[in-house]
Design a protein. Structure first.
Length: 534
């Protein structure tokens, strides 16, 4: 794998921007409405980033900042302007620290800015009120008119070392009430652009342009990395209204914008597959795509089987915020095509996972953990490694065939829900601390579901539904302050998301008596379906 010309990941885009100057690079609806399409070409992108870079260099240097300083940037991630602000800030030599609408509490942002040593914050007008209390100088995001002068200006990209930080993002779950900082090096970003993106989303040989969609907020690590990688690969990116866009919108994007490489989180894809089961037009639209990639969590087995049986070109992808894509399935109709395999070029390895006291029997599958060594171009940031010099993802797989793997869940105490990862241990420990006089024990469940739910064993017998509701409401009241520091998708604030049980109901390990989370998930599967739908 080569490296960017001057070490900065954006420098690798310059030849592509010039070569494809007249081709569409980004399409979005005017004002986000279902009206006319606004199209930016690769040439437009080059000009806009040039002006954005000049704007932020002048603005921030005048304010006393110096190159390599970290600058927070809090945007909605719903506008083309957002990627222009981020890319321009980076090209000017600063290190953007990305924040999006997923951060509901400005106090958490202030803590993360302090932890990163950020010297300023750029903000979208939507967050102007919250930014009045920011602990660093603040600047409004530059508007589109500032970039669109109509003349050609060459992009000046600050020289960087491949090992220097290009961006700072954050974990998708919180640890003790705050997300973790995840620095991304220029070499890591370029690895994503150079082979990881195409290894996952450019499968098959087709004539004509590749068109993909935004998978979420452009101010979040996944969508921003996907966008710059799509630019490098020569793709056109189409803006969607949301991660959970309605099926009518998806069909419209396929028909009117030529969307042919769909990327989305598995639970949202399930909605469209179910629509295709009763609507031939939807099935025809999905079937016309080159590839439909799903990620985040595993696709429902029934939906996956139906999709394959009806010829939909689906693939799955595994990756994390710290690693970028690592594994992918491939296009094809054979059962083995559905299995994951390491993306060629990745330094990731599969190693034996030695778990203890997990309740597994002698016939349990041999579990492997995907890990990454240090010192490689696609290695996570050195600050994320443990003492053993290995980056542990905590994600476990079973080798079904040589080199082909099936996901078998996560180790430890993290729970993967639709919104992101939840630190169940932190939530459960807080329940024990604040509600120890009410509950005997607690467990957070909801793997691959829309939200986390809480199961508690009551210390006393509860005779009727009113007492159960009273206990649930009291738990919510006592955890209010704690919940305010969590992401919205980690919070348990609805009494219908709390199930009260008698002592001894939850399954436990024989030796230590620890609650067996996976066994509890299976035991209460039907209850979880009902609770998560409320």
């Amino acid at each position: 794998m080569s490296l960017p010309p001057n070490g900065h990941f954006l420098s690798s885009l310059l030849p592509v921007l010039e070569e494809r100057r007249e081709q569409a690079v980004f399409k979005s609806r005017e004002d986000g409405q279902n009206t006319m399409w606004k199209v930016a070409t690769f040439g437009d992108l080059a000009r806009h980033v040039a002006y954005s870079s000049a704007h932020w260099q002048k603005t921030l240097l005048t304010a006393g900042l110096v190159p390599k300083d970290v600058v927070g940037i809090w945007l909605t991630g719903r506008k083309y302007e957002d990627v222009i602000n981020i890319m321009g800030l980076s090209a000017a030599g600063f290190v953007p620290q990305l924040f999006s609408v997923v951060f509901p509490n400005p106090d958490v942002i202030w803590d993360l800015i302090s932890a990163s040593g950020a010297k300023a914050l750029i903000f979208d007008a939507q967050f102007s009120t919250q930014c009045a209390s920011a602990p660093v100088p603040v600047f409004p995001a530059a508007l589109f008119a500032a970039f669109d002068s109509g003349s050609h200006v060459a992009i000046s990209i600050a020289a960087s070392e491949p090992t220097e930080n290009a961006l700072i993002v954050h974990s998708s779950g919180t640890t003790s009430g705050s997300p973790r900082l995840i620095p991304l090096r220029h070499a890591w970003v370029f690895a994503m652009m150079d082979f990881k993106f195409t290894g996952a989303l450019k499968q098959g040989n087709f004539e004509g342009p590749d068109v993909t969609n935004t998978i979420g907020s452009l101010a979040h690590v996944g969508s921003f990395m996907a966008f710059v990688s799509a630019v490098y690969a020569g793709f056109t990116t189409v803006q969607t209204s949301s991660m959970g866009m309605p099926t009518t919108e998806l069909v419209d994007l396929i028909k009117t914008c030529g969307l042919n490489r769909v990327a989305m989180y598995a639970p949202f894809l399930s909605v469209h597959i179910k629509a295709a089961q009763s609507d031939p037009a939807v099935l025809s639209a999905l079937g016309s795509c080159r590839q439909i990639l799903h990620t985040g969590v595993s696709l429902n087995a029934e939906d996956e089987n139906w999709a394959y049986e009806h010829g939909l070109p689906i693939t799955s992808m595994y990756g994390t915020s710290e690693t970028a894509p690592l594994m992918t399935s491939v296009l094809g109709n054979h059962r083995a095509d559905r299995l994951l395999r390491l993306i060629p070029g990745s330094s990731a390895k599969m190693v034996q996972y030695f778990a203890t006291d997990d309740g597994s029997g002698p016939d349990a599958p041999r579990l492997l953990e995907v890990v990454l060594p240090s010192g490689q171009r696609d290695s996570p940031h050195p600050s994320l490694f443990g003492e053993d010099g290995i980056y542990h993802t905590g994600d476990l797989f079973e080798e079904v065939e040589p080199g082909l793997y099936a996901f078998r869940g996560r180790s430890g105490d993290w729970l993967k829900t639709l919104g992101g990862f939840c630190d169940t241990k932190c939530i459960e420990d807080n329940i024990r601390k604040t509600c120890g006089d009410l509950v005997h024990d607690a467990v957070v469940l909801g793997t691959n579901r829309p939200c986390p739910v809480l199961f508690v064993e009551s210390l006393t017998g509860l005779s009727d539904d009113s007492q159960v509701l009273e206990l649930a409401n009291e738990i919510i009241r006592r955890t209010t302050v704690f919940n305010q520091r969590l992401f919205l998708y980690e919070r348990i604030e609805n009494p219908k998301h709390i199930r009260v049980l008698s002592q001894g109901t939850l399954p436990r390990t024989k030796e230590k008596g620890n609650i067996r989370r996976n066994a509890a998930e299976k035991m209460f599967a039907s209850d979880l379906d009902i609770m998560c739908a409320q």
